[in-house]
Design a binder for this molecule. Sequence first.
Ligand SMILES: Nc1nc2c(c(=O)[nH]1)N[C@H]1C(S)=C(S)[C@@H](COP(=O)(O)O)O[C@H]1N2
Ligand SMILES: [Mo]
Length: 335
Amino acid sequence: MSISDASDESWRPPTVMDPSTTFRHKVRAEELTLAITPNDDVFVLAHFGVPHFEVKSWRLRIEGLVNKPLALTIDDIRRFPKIEIESFIKCAGFPHDPTIATRSVSNAVWGGADLREVLDAAGLDPAAQYLWASAPDHGTYARWGADHYRKDVPVTRVREGSVLLAYEMNGAPLPQTHGFPVRLFIPGFYGTNSVKWLCRLEASRERAPGIFTNELYNDPAPDGGTAPVWQAAPEALIVAPADHGRVEPGRHEIWGWCWGDHAIAIVEISLDGGQSWQRAEVEPRRQMAWQRFSLLADCAPGPLTIMARATDTRGVTQPSRDARNAVHGIKVSVG
Ligand SMILES: Nc1nc2c(c(=O)[nH]1)N[C@H]1C(S)=C(S)[C@@H](COP(=O)(O)O)O[C@H]1N2
Ligand SMILES: [Mo]
């Protein structure tokens, strides 16, 4: 039987979905006070719910355009040199609507094997352009249904390095909800691409078929077609003061986190609904981590709207509205 035969179930272990409906977890922006998000606070998004299977029946299969197909156990993966990358993870938001900003973001240290090395061991065919990454979770999400979760990543990104077969988050084994035992982790790409509960990587000349690559997570492109939701756009999130909170009149530190596939060079803060902007301090980026920005500002009594706007090292700035990375604004009352 061909490995690409859809009826071949051998690529995945017997799986039970629990819960078997969309599972989300998220803390409020003002709770993201630590540079490294504690594991319990890292947001969770699982379209179909959370799959459970026995690790002893789990393998990561690497096949398709490779000279030496592999079926790796967790111990096999741990034998590759372990690398650790501090990186933000940012959800793209609604898979079918790029105009809504959902602002689910966290920052963690991801530990695992560099996929580039694992592909070298499998003898990746130079003709391969994409890696199809599949997981056994299945069911329905909103009005869509699928019998597995599959994304693809360009081989060029994997060759740049630091794309992980991740088995640790902040030094601990991956929690079940975050993809135990192994997930793909692609620093700089939107979270949707970092396939959890990874079971299969297929090297191909073509992009992967399926709703998560063809229908969902595709943005309208200028040429009238669509573009895959891969690299994360620049964005800033205000942590303090808390949205809808109250502060005393006087000087306050306005601060938060900013991130993007490219490092953030500038964050500007507006205290007047976007009419005027002041430059905040932005800390330099460590690896692919989010960066802290801050500004000391005088807050006079009354209602106050605070906005933060990031610009990356290429000069790309956040749109003011109708985008997944639209400028974040909060309202506080001073007095
Ligand atoms: N197998 C699988 N991987 C998945 C998903 C999923 O539903 N199933 N959701 C994706 C989405 S949309 C996001 S934003 C990230 C979230 O990762 P986290 O839950 O560890 O924060 O996982 C991605 N990987
Ligand atoms: Mo997401």
